[in-house]
Write a protein that binds this ligand. Structure first.
Ligand code: GAR
Length: 192
């Protein structure tokens, strides 16, 4: 079967673009929609460059029109939702409508440095402030407990003594660009 995927992103969209490029010639997956909550996010230009449909869905809309958004995605035949730097909380009804069909990429070794307020550079600052010697990425299913769904894959990197949040972010991005496509490939063979 062809898996219809939606990518939800709030920011730069480097992971989204990496997925478009990686799977450009793979007929098993089609990235049908990019959902973004921020009209000025970099991901919009990246998606348009790859001729993807972008749907802007605000925080208020996600909270107040959850059923309509679920319906829209069902009509589009979406089988898999990838949160690639999506910073809004997914409403419980939405998670129930797509059981084990939503995955998230988180820039730490969960359960460490997860939960509310832990996103992007904030995670890296906390990791360095706590003098951790390693960090990494977690790709996991999304359930109703924030950052606590079943883990699909984790990969580590070192945190060196003179590390800055910016240098750590770069290492984490490299891991994400390498491993998010692999996790998606794994789902294509094992789940769909
Ligand atoms: C990624 O590092 C991702 O792990 C992080 O946002 C970044 C998005 O980068 N996600 C979170 O912090 C979620 N809690 P991108 O927009 O360039 O793909």
């Amino acid at each position: 079967m062809v898996v219809n995927a939606a990518i939800f992103a709030s920011g730069e969209g480097s992971n989204a673009e990496n997925l478009f490029t990686y799977f450009a010639n793979n007929s098993r997956i089609k990235f049908k929609i990019v959902v973004c909550n921020n009209e000025t996010a970099g991901v919009i230009q990246r998606a348009e460059k790859h001729r993807k449909t972008v749907q802007i869905i605000s925080k208020t809309a996600l909270e107040n029109y959850t059923e309509q958004i679920i319906e829209f995605l069902k009509v589009e035949g979406i089988d898999l939702i990838i949160l690639a730097g999506f910073l809004l909380k997914i409403p419980p009804a939405f998670i129930r409508a797509f059981p084990n069909q939503i995955i998230n990429i988180h820039p730490s070794l969960l359960p460490k440095y997860g939960g509310k307020g832990m996103y992007g550079i904030h995670v890296h600052r906390a990791v360095i402030a706590n003098a951790e010697t390693e960090s990494g990425i977690t790709i996991h299913f999304v359930n109703e407990e924030y950052d606590k769904g079943e883990i699909i894959l984790q990969e580590k990197c070192s945190v060196v003594p003179n590390e800055t949040p910016e240098t750590l972010a770069k290492k984490i991005n490299e891991l994400e660009w390498n491993y998010l496509p692999k996790a998606v490939e794994q789902l294509l063979t094992e789940k769909f």
